[in-house]
Ligand binder design. Sequence first.
Ligand SMILES: Nc1nc2c(ncn2[C@@H]2O[C@H](COP(=O)(O)OP(=O)(O)OP(=O)(O)O)[C@@H](O)[C@H]2O)c(=O)[nH]1
Ligand SMILES: [Mg+2]
Length: 339
Amino acid sequence: MVLPAPGPALARSAAPADLVDAAVAGSPRALARLISLVEDASPQLREIMALLAPRTGRAQVIGLTGSPGVGKSTSTSALVGAFRARGLRVGVLAIDPSSPFSGGALLGDRVRMQQHATDPGVYIRSLASRGHLGGLSWATPQALRVLDAAGFDVVLVETVGVGQAEVDIASLADTTLVLLAPGMGDGVQAAKAGILEIADVFVVNKADRDGAEHTYRELKHMIALTGPAGGQRWQPPVVKTVASRSEGVDEIVDAIVDHRAWMVERGVLDARRRRRAADEIEQIALTELRARMGGLRDATLLDALAGEVVAGALDPYTAAERVIASMTASATGGGTIIG
Ligand SMILES: Nc1nc2c(ncn2[C@@H]2O[C@H](COP(=O)(O)OP(=O)(O)OP(=O)(O)O)[C@@H](O)[C@H]2O)c(=O)[nH]1
Ligand SMILES: [Mg+2]
């Protein structure tokens, strides 16, 4: 799903600073390279993220989640159009938690996004995480940083609502859209899956289908049961759409704008972003520790400690403390990411 990339070719060995400059100047090729480095958890990321940091913090991150086939990609594409009509630059990250090797080959999505393929104000990319312990929860915030620093005003993150993925996306986004469609028993599913807690805006898509009104009412009812809005409590609006005809999409944008204004007024946006940064720091630290732990596995220290624990000469807590102490002592020794 990478755009055709005009402009000068970048040498394979381009230095991080050159890549960052090119991405900031709008080169889709440089963006693609940077995000591939994220997917591969390249050792160059540390330098790259340091270069990107002063440029970040501007993009508005909007998550879209929902069951397979509810119309997330169609809605994403329609939203891209709506934001472009407002003169904003839009990035799209399509997360595929099911396939770590999709490598951008989501064919259906490519077709749906085709109308934006030649627009230089739009960058669309699917994200996979290759061979890294932190997986997509590690890669996604880093990819967001790349698009944020490259000057995209809005970044839409699409992920299928299965298991942990939708919760992860909610913790990443400023505003989370949860999509439902009629006839999927979604109302009940929503309550079960805890979707009520993560949605900032509900979208009942496929409103052209029978049962849309029923799904809409059921949702409204469930939201009402959670209690009235007020104080720090936002009550998610429900928007009906026919994404395939771009109907109702302006109403989604209005809801996003309202939600943002509400968050800014109460300091909620800042709190969300701090929590997001804290999660990101934790992910990177844990990934680094796991990498060092992996290094230790072959090392004599762990083996020696294990021998002592088996012999009853040492308890496992004390042994673990020694392992952690040795990792911290080797902090300048280098790991895969922080080294
Ligand atoms: N009738 C109707 N069909 C729609 C609407 N929006 C999307 N579709 C169709 O629903 C199908 C699935 O749409 P997608 O946008 O691929 O759904 P998705 O949620 O991205 O699907 P996955 O990424 O596979 O989970 C496609 O055939 C769309 O054309 C709508 O508002 N009405
Ligand atoms: Mg999709």
